[in-house]
Write a protein that binds this ligand. Structure first.
Ligand SMILES: *Cc1c(COP(=O)(O)O)cnc(C)c1O
Length: 401
């Protein structure tokens, strides 16, 4: 059947197809550009050209690390390439238990459980814990996987203003007594790069008897002196009930985890559908993730270098006149204005071998389209200076600064 019919689905697909054709004709289509090779942590080959990589989540530059690659290869030799089953059947390997123990230790938690992606982790954990009659309070800028988990749970879903603790308190006060409440937020926001006000959030959760869940996709390995994340960043000890994170960003693997109290984790193992009905992490990915946590502890210079690189980039762009919102982390929004301005900025940057990507509406509000640049420990300061020159020159040419 033709999907350009005269109905709503047909219209939607046709409008989209036309928009994509127009963008392609103007060399402004940047979706799914294949990387041909990764050279070191911060350089990639795209369309036959070597570019500086400013869109990767490999915050500590661990992708391709010899120790991690070696661990993955050993796991393949020993266990093969698949798990051929869910954890509760043939899928549980000693590698999974080792990885979960490593995560629990890293997060200073009693136990941890892993799933096959961060997205699935949020879906299954929120919908397993919460249900009809319960209340979930979610930051307005939370990741799509959290939103989807909340919707799937069937709980009352309330969104509070971004990082606004007064609004959160107001909403907590409106919840009737005697029901379960969960407050959930990204630790570092994936589009803006700012950090959640955890101390105040903890105080409110205690005051109103709510559970607290943090998504550490962009804070693991980034925040805290030893990269342990948001609690370490604020000097708080075990204040988050449900410590969620992914194994696909700082950790160069794939998967998601939750760390927390033993009883919670054991309950999730028995009750969460993604654990029971979806295959276990493949051996190479489990082993790679396990080794990556150890490398983070053995090579603390990476965290320090990431922090220096981030400061260099943010302060340079700000002093050139760019608006980078409230970021203090490795995610740096470089505001451009309209969607088209963000596309043109991207085109200019990529033509000058800086691989950066745009974020446009509806992922961010209209008028706040941006480049979302990411900085890693694999960048050299001289490379960052060059990338900034390219971005600043483009910004002036287009009239953004
Ligand atoms: C990337 C991301 C996820 C999903 O993780 P995957 O491992 O890529 O599925 C969840 N939450 C946040 C905040 C993210 O940025």
């Amino acid at each position: 059947m033709d999907f350009q019919n005269d109905d709503t689905v047909g219209h939607r697909i046709k409008a989209f197809t036309d928009r994509v054709s127009m963008l392609k004709a103007n060399d402004m289509y940047f979706y799914n550009q294949p990387i041909e090779e990764i050279r070191g942590g911060a350089k990639v080959l795209v369309r036959g050209r070597e570019m500086g990589m400013y869109a990767s989540y490999s915050y500590l530059g661990l992708v391709g690390h010899p120790r991690i690659n070696e661990a993955a290869k050993k796991a393949v030799d020993k266990f093969g390439t698949g798990t051929n089953g869910v954890r509760t059947l043939a899928g549980s390997l000693t590698l999974h238990n080792e990885l979960e123990e490593t995560i629990a230790n890293f997060k200073h938690a009693e136990a941890a459980v892993t799933y096959t992606s961060g997205y699935v982790t949020n879906l299954t954990v929120v919908s397993t814990l919460m249900g009809r009659g319960d209340y979930v309070l979610s930051d307005k800028l939370n990741h799509a996987s959290i939103v989807d988990g909340c919707l799937m749970s069937g709980a009352e879903f309330r969104r509070f203003k971004h990082n606004d603790m007064e609004d959160l308190e107001h909403r907590l006060q409106q919840i009737p007594s005697g029901v379960s409440k969960l407050v959930i937020a990204d630790a570092v926001f994936s589009m803006d790069g700012d950090v959640i006000d955890l101390p105040k959030m903890v105080e409110l959760c205690k005051k109103y008897g709510a559970y607290l869940m943090m998504d550490e996709a962009h804070s693991l390995g980034v925040l805290g002196k030893t990269g342990r994340g948001i609690e370490e960043h604020f000097g708080l000890n075990d204040v988050v009930d449900i410590k969620m994170g992914t194994l696909s960003k700082t950790i160069p693997s794939v998967g998601g985890y939750v760390a927390g109290k033993k009883d919670l984790i054991n309950y999730l193992r028995h009750a969460s559908r993604a654990y029971i009905f979806s295959a276990a992490l493949p051996p190479a990915q489990a082993a790679a993730a396990n080794e990556a946590f150890k490398v983070i502890l053995d090579e603390p210079w990476r965290i320090e270098k990431l922090s220096q690189n981030t400061k260099l980039f943010i302060s340079g762009l700000k002093s050139a006149g760019f608006d980078t919102l409230l970021t203090t982390t490795a995610i740096v929004p470089v505001l451009c204005g309209s969607d088209d301005q963000a596309f043109i900025m991207t085109r200019e940057a990529q033509r000058n071998d800086v691989f950066v990507l745009p974020v446009i509406s509806p992922a961010v509000p209209e008028g706040l389209a941006r480049l979302r640049a990411t900085i890693t420990a694999a960048h050299e300061p001289s490379e960052i200076e060059r990338a900034m020159d390219v971005i600043v020159t483009a910004g002036k040419k287009i009239g953004i600064i």
